[in-house]
Write a protein that binds this ligand. Structure first.
Ligand code: DX5
Ligand code: ZN
Length: 253
């Protein structure tokens, strides 16, 4: 790691200097229990992505939902758009790939500079190989689980990942209602992380807002993705601060 403040957030251990980069990875020292917020560009104005990234400069990661109209029914944006946002975003990008065949595409998002690249367990034939390729390309590797996908079946492969994305809506669209049942998975993951049996950042995605963030924080989430709750607000920066304060209070309470 180069010099610089450790910061409240997660540091990817990137390679430095020239030549082959050291694979990125997360270790337990990187994860503080400060709540982190990742606004989702899915709810932003697509005609103004540069400005929309600036409006959430106080957040931790900028969540970038890639949908292919196959793995999910919706279609959004892909690598060229992420590269354009990456070039202007004041905060690191968090690529969430809701696509088939992530083996083929995920390393490209890492090479383009995303801090974290998440693939869906349901879409991967060999999740370990994908994690290895993402890390080798310099990003943290994330594994996402749809609401009805069990955590237990994926605990072993999670040892090769840095982030666990628990979906709290069916992937595909913003603005859906939070599915509280998924918090069982969050509690299990939190227990394993706190016991030192697993080293992942626990991220939740879908229906996070002022009414739901506290229960997610109590269950043990580290990183909260919020689309409509941030970009649907008159003042996104204020919405981020409000969500962060609510989560921090729930974590310490
Ligand atoms: C849904 C996406 C989410 C979405 C969340 O498939 O993965 O990231 O943007 O939007 P909200 O916060 O509105 O539920
Ligand atoms: Zn997402």
């Amino acid at each position: 790691m180069g010099p610089g403040p450790p910061g409240p957030c997660v540091q990817a251990r990137r390679g430095h200097g020239f030549g082959a980069a050291e694979p990125a990875h997360l270790d337990s020292a990187d994860v503080s229990r400060e709540p982190m917020i990742a606004p989702s560009l899915l709810s932003a104005d697509f005609a103004r992505l540069a400005e929309e990234s600036q409006r959430v400069a106080d957040a931790d990661w900028l969540h970038f939902d890639v949908m292919d109209a196959h793995f999910v029914p919706n279609l959004t944006f892909g690598l060229p758009v992420m590269e354009a946002v990456q070039a202007v975003s004041p905060i690191p990008l968090d690529a969430h790939l809701m696509i088939e065949n992530p083996e083929r595409w995920a390393p490209g998002y890492a090479e383009a500079g995303a801090r974290n690249v998440t693939v869906h367990a349901e879409a991967c034939a060999d999740p370990r190989a994908v994690a290895r390729d993402i890390r080798a390309a310099g990003a943290l590797a994330g594994l996402a689980l749809k609401p009805r996908t069990a955590l237990e079946a994926h605990l072993e492969v999670l040892r090769d990942f840095d982030t666990l994305l628990v979906m709290s809506v069916e992937p595909g669209f913003g603005g859906q209602s939070f599915i509280a049942d998924v918090l069982t998975k969050v509690r299990t993951a939190r227990r394993l992380v706190d016991a030192g049996d697993l080293t992942v950042l626990v991220e939740i995605d879908g229906g996070i807002n002022a009414d739901t963030i506290e229960q997610a924080a109590e269950a043990g989430v580290d990183m909260f993705v919020a689309g409509s709750a941030v970009y649907g607000a008159d003042d996104p920066a204020k919405a981020i601060a409000g969500l962060r304060a609510q989560a921090a209070a729930a974590m310490s309470g």
